[in-house]
Design a protein around this ligand. Structure first.
Ligand code: RIB
Ligand code: CA
Length: 364
């Protein structure tokens, strides 16, 4: 009798262990904060995390940046629907950056600060949809089956971190307004966050949207400064110093299409700017920014070089507005340490992204 009870208890423990882990590995709890787009790059970054067996994607929070938050929210919902990940909550977040009237004054601002090597300025140059439902209907010609949770993204971040103390990795792949407001509204969450992995900044090279600044941090420099100056346990930064070294070529695009097979997002990938460009011109090249964040969360051993510095963001409106700053020594008061990733094993990165195992759709 005693033996039977022990065997039963052992089975229960084994079952609990196997459902909470992948091949004996505990799942990484991730909250994705994104200025969502279809496919490359935010959409693929999201679906890669959703399909990773060693990741539990706790939710997706959206905000304006690449696109207006209404469009980004619609795209997040649609891609999760297409992938069968309808249990992953989406919370809609900030519409505007913290500095007032940024969108209204952007044409003047551009004349004042000049352009970097990328043309794209996202929602700064796009007409705002009336609602996420209108954006969904306009893009997909039908009504959604999912809807965002009934909570603002800022509150969703706060609640999720408090419910999983010390366990949540925040993948911050857009501007940092949601995160900045979350830490201002609830400073108690700062030490409860396991780490923040950012796509943002250009520290040792030129920016993309202006000669000084990278898009995500330029979009909302005030918010970015609040976020990176928060005393998080760990900050990992994938700026342009890394992202512009990893070149996305037609050979990778072909391998990727092969890997995703008939995954329902295939048509979005082919219709995306990157997809269309590769299909027209085999010499086209692109970057893959946010996808690198997901990849290093899934497999941190991809990182081959990084530097530890104190970091900051310039929030003084001027030519270097939004610039990422790194201080190896004697940092300004209030700045915090971060690890800036400067190289990854690119071959292993493409192998990971083009592994069909991640592209089966809904986890079994
Ligand atoms: O500067 C690159 C960043 O801006 C990425 O997050 C990408 O999504 C973008 O448009
Ligand atoms: Ca992004």
């Amino acid at each position: 009798m005693q033996k039977n009870i022990t065997a039963l208890l052992l089975c229960i423990l084994l079952f609990a262990y196997s459902t909470s882990s992948h091949a004996g590995q505990t799942k990484e709890k991730v909250l994705l904060d994104s200025d969502m787009t279809e496919a490359f790059d935010d959409g693929i970054a999201m679906l890669l995390l959703a399909g990773a067996p060693n990741v539990e994607l706790l939710g997706v929070t959206t905000l304006s940046g690449n696109s207006w938050v209404e469009t980004g929210t619609a795209c997040a919902l649609r891609q999760l629907e297409e992938g069968g990940y309808t249990d992953i909550p989406v919370a809609k977040g900030l519409e505007y950056p913290l500095r007032p009237n940024r969108h209204d004054l952007f044409t003047l601002e551009r004349k004042f600060v000049g352009r970097g090597h990328d043309y794209w300025v996202g929602s700064l140059d796009l007409k705002e949809p009336a609602s996420w439902q209108a954006a969904y209907k306009a893009v997909y010609g039908q009504n959604p089956t999912m809807k965002p949770v009934d909570r603002h993204a800022v509150q969703f971040i706060i609640d999720t971190v408090r419910a999983n103390p010390g366990e949540v990795t925040i993948a911050a792949i857009g501007p940092l307004g949601n995160l900045a407001l979350a830490v201002r509204m609830a400073p108690d969450i700062v030490p409860l966050i396991k780490r923040v992995v950012y796509m943002g900044g250009a520290f040792f090279q030129q920016g993309n949207v202006t000669p000084a600044a990278e898009f995500n941090w330029y979009f909302d420099p005030e918010a970015a400064r609040i976020a990176v100056r928060s005393p998080f346990r760990e900050q990992l930064v994938l700026g342009l110093d890394l992202c512009e070294k990893v070149i996305f070529r037609a050979e990778h695009y072909d391998r990727f299409l092969k890997a995703i097979g008939d995954h329902p997002v295939r048509k979005m990938v082919r219709a995306s700017f990157a997809g269309q460009s590769f299909e027209k011109d085999p010499n086209f090249t692109f970057f893959i920014w946010d996808v690198l964040v997901s990849a290093v969360i899934i497999d941190p051993s991809l990182i081959t070089e990084s530097v530890e510095c104190f970091i900051d963001v310039n929030d003084q409106m001027g030519l270097s507005y939004g610039q990422g700053l790194a201080y190896p020594v004697e940092p300004p008061l209030g700045t915090q340490k971060a690890r800036i990733v400067t190289a990854v094993d690119t071959e292993r990165f493409w192998n990971l992204l083009c592994d069909p195992g991640y592209w089966k759709g809904k986890k079994q």
